[in-house]
Design a protein around this ligand. Structure first.
Ligand SMILES: Nc1ncnc2c1ncn2[C@@H]1O[C@H](COP(=O)(O)OP(=O)(O)OP(=O)(O)O)[C@@H](O)[C@H]1O
Ligand code: SF4
Ligand SMILES: [Mg+2]
Length: 323
């Protein structure tokens, strides 16, 4: 299975009054064709910044200072503005956190999808309307309602419309960044199940950003875990669940209740995510890590393949390998 997206050494910083926040530092990962990759980590670890860097939505005072995001063989970070206009929606799109922000209240939902198709593709209005109705059906809304206005839809239906919009120009990769926030639990589950179904049926690649570890482990093929601006472990979901190597990954798993095992002791990770203006030297996790050694305070562990397709950035792995 080939890679649709290859992110290499991505670094994105924000200029602030107090100094430079190194929000994303030297992040590399891939997304395969047709797979769903979960991107998780505590609040402030840089998940949204990674997504926005790939989508080229970082604005001043933020800046992508290094790296590539190669989508279908061509870099997005170095692309010209015109190339971006040509490629957004058709190759990569985003399901926003709140459909409220994505939908304009004064136009019907269908008209907004039609407009988006006509803006990006040379098709007739008639064909765009037909595709809009098909897209609405695809996300579980009666195509006959294409002329309804956003206020006539529930929150969950609006989120479905936002998904239809993200799919309107047949992108290869869709990024969903906490796109069920604000919906009730049942509607959240329905929207996530819809994204999963579409990923399977359309052979779509999806980056799913979420805090919800049980949900991510239930539906993602692989998982990348971020801590303080860096990916500290990534592998198949099975490997993360059964053989997590990084103490932070283990900590996240231990801090998550398990419905199938209600007797499991839930232990939260002590401390909190550091300020990224002045992150700890060496391994950024060392102040919270119960296994921290002297070298962890001085040297930065890099991601290493600890077994086939399983990467972790922790000196404990090296000491295992070196005996
Ligand atoms: N506009 C900004 N100005 C300054 N710093 C920023 C800005 N946006 C993000 N940052 C920095 O980037 C870090 C990562 O933020 P980001 O929003 O990417 O985290 P996240 O993992 O998506 O968090 P959450 O789970 O809360 O959405 C923040 O801790 C902050 O230091
Ligand atoms: S490198 Fe050191 S501090 Fe960092 S996670 Fe591994 S053991 Fe803990
Ligand atoms: Mg975020």
């Amino acid at each position: 299975m080939g890679n649709v997206l290859t992110v290499e050494n991505l670094s994105t910083y924000f200029k602030t009054d107090k100094g430079i926040a190194k929000a994303v530092e030297d992040v590399s990962f891939t997304v395969k064709k047709g797979e769903m990759l979960g991107l998780i980590g505590e609040s402030g670890c840089g998940k949204t910044t990674v997504a926005q860097s790939i989508l080229r939505l970082i604005e001043y005072p933020g800046k992508v200072v290094n790296g590539k995001a190669i989508l279908d063989g061509k870099d997005l970070i170095g692309a010209t503005d015109q190339e971006l206009v040509d490629r957004r929606w058709k190759e990569i799109s985003v399901i926003p956190q709140s459909a409220m922000n994505a939908l304009n209240p004064v136009y019907s939902v269908g008209e907004q999808i039609v407009e988006s198709i006509l803006l990006h593709e040379k098709v007739s209005r008639q064909d765009a309307i037909k595709r809009t109705k098909d897209l609405l059906e695809l996300v579980g809304i009666d195509g006959g309602r294409w002329k309804s206005y956003p206020h006539e839809f529930s929150g969950g239906m609006k989120q479905r419309v936002a998904i239809a919009m993200a799919l309107s120009c047949n992108p290869k990769l869709v990024i969903s960044d906490e796109s069920t926030t604000g919906l009730d639990v049942l509607t959240q589950a329905q929207v996530i199940a819809l994204i999963k179904k579409l990923q399977r049926t359309l052979d779509l690649s999806v980056i799913l950003i979420s805090h919800d570890l049980p949900m991510v482990t239930a539906i993602c093929d692989r998982i990348a875990i971020m801590y303080a601006g860096k990916i500290i472990e990534w592998s198949s979901t099975t490997d993360i669940l059964e053989d997590a190597r990084h103490p932070y990954s283990q900590g996240l798993l231990n801090a998550t209740p398990d419905l199938a095992n209600p007797d499991k002791e839930v232990i939260s990770i002590p401390g909190s995510v550091p300020n990224l203006i002045n992150p700890p030297e060496g391994c950024r996790f060392h102040p919270r890590c119960q296994f921290a050694m002297d070298r962890c305070k001085k040297e930065v562990p890099v991601l290493k393949e600890v077994k086939k397709g399983h990467f972790a950035a922790c000196f404990l792995e090296e000491s295992d390998v070196n005996g």
